[in-house]
Design a protein around this ligand. Structure first.
Ligand code: SAM
Ligand code: DTB
Ligand code: SF4
Length: 344
């Protein structure tokens, strides 16, 4: 990966340079990873309980509004056109279909609705349709999130004006490992988009994927990158690689599940007030590992039987797991009342 400024057309120069502080040197993040497991979880629990109700979880539902046919080469992704994964390219979904899914998500208790598109970057005419979706989904009383690839000049502002609450754009892995996974855009492009999102006043949802063959040091490198964004992201999805046949990363040795739990704990300690989301890979994880992730400070999940193209636990299964753990779901109406009380 190159850390040089990109030589892309002017449209991809950052509107606002993201500030990278060194609040968390990689060595310190690695030292957290290296703690005895019980000490690490104890520290994560302490931090979690200082900032959140440790029995509360946020439910975010995903919808793929434009599936497949993507020109990028992300080695993990079933939607890249160049890999033979069985995902077929589709057109952008009609507004009515999106709204039906959003209503259903709300009826099942989700508070956030995230719309994902298999684009390198949105074209201006695509963005018009997404703006409409954002406006209408927000009008249903859901928090809105979109993940559409890289954003160019003015695009983040348009999404903000439409009412977008969060933009998801992941750093995916440590800078040193990045070139092993993706060659069609570099790390700086991602930082540029994050700078634009911040600059437009949209909350940042940014995380990564573990289990792609990276080392523990590189997992620490990813967490340090996220934690050193200033401010760090409001929302941090920690994805476990879902290995999809046909992608270059299919067939890797699976990551030790306890290493995934450690990653969640370190994210919680280094980004105390963030929503740390237990993201892709839950179906392969089993209940005990998920319970450890909640203990380690995860307080959000993707909810609904599908992620973008791959499976996620069924709604009933998740309800049963949360009930078994005595966890309750976030209520944004109550949060809003508390916010008003705090300000007055
Ligand atoms: N195309 C846009 C982009 O890449 O910015 C948005 C959609 S893309 C699918 C969103 C994120 O999903 C990726 O950055 C990656 O972190 C995650 N993702 C994709 N495939 C995955 C997989 N097989 N396992 C885990 N996470 C995955
Ligand atoms: C994120 O960090 N993970 C989600 C969401 N943001 C867009 C996507 C996971 C995708 C898993 C593979 C698939 O279903 O295609
Ligand atoms: Fe395209 Fe996003 Fe998949 Fe990369 S992760 S191939 S940009 S859909």
């Amino acid at each position: 990966m190159s850390s040089q400024p990109s030589s892309q057309p002017i449209a991809f120069q950052p509107a606002v340079e993201p500030v990278i502080a060194t609040t968390w040197p990689v060595a310190e993040v690695l030292a957290l990873f290296n703690l005895p497991f019980n000490d690490l979880l104890f520290r994560a629990q302490q931090v979690h309980r200082q900032h959140f109700d440790a029995t509360e979880v946020e439910l975010a539902t995903l919808l793929s509004i434009k599936t497949g046919g993507c020109p990028e080469d992300c080695g993990y992704c079933p939607q890249a056109a160049r890999y033979d994964t069985g995902v077929t390219a589709q057109k952008i979904l009609p507004l009515a279909t999106v709204l039906e899914a959003a209503r259903e998500a709300k009826a099942h208790g989700a508070t956030r609705f995230c719309m994902g598109a298999a684009w390198r970057e949105p074209k201006d005419r695509d963005l018009e349709q997404v703006e409409e979706m954002v406006r209408e989904v927000k009008a249903l009383g859901l928090e809105t999130c979109a993940t559409l690839g890289m954003l160019g000049v003015g695009q983040a502002e348009r999404l903000k004006d439409a009412g977008l609450d969060y933009y998801n754009h992941n750093l995916d892995t440590a800078p040193e490992f990045y070139a092993n996974v993706i060659s069609t855009r570099d790390y700086q492009h991602r930082l540029d988009t994050l700078g634009r999102v911040r600059g437009a006043g949209i909350k940042v949802c940014c995380g990564g994927i573990v289990g792609m063959g990276e080392s523990r040091l590189q997992r620490a490198g990813l967490v340090a990158q996220l934690a050193n964004l200033d401010p760090y992201p409001e929302s941090v999805p920690v994805n476990h690689l879902v290995q999809v046949e046909g992608t270059p990363l299919h067939g890797l040795d699976p990551l030790d599940p306890l290493e995934f739990v450690r990653t969640v704990a370190v994210a919680r300690i280094t980004m105390p007030k963030a929503r740390v989301r237990l993201s892709a890979g839950r179906r392969q994880m089993g209940e005990a590992v998920q319970a450890l992730c909640f203990l380690a400070g995860a307080n959000s999940i993707f909810y609904g039987d599908k992620l973008l193209t791959t499976g996620n636990p069924e709604v009933d299964e998740d309800q049963a797991l949360l009930a078994k753990l005595g966890m309750h779901t976030r209520n944004t109406a109550i949060d809003a009342r508390c916010d008003v009380t705090e300000e007055s």
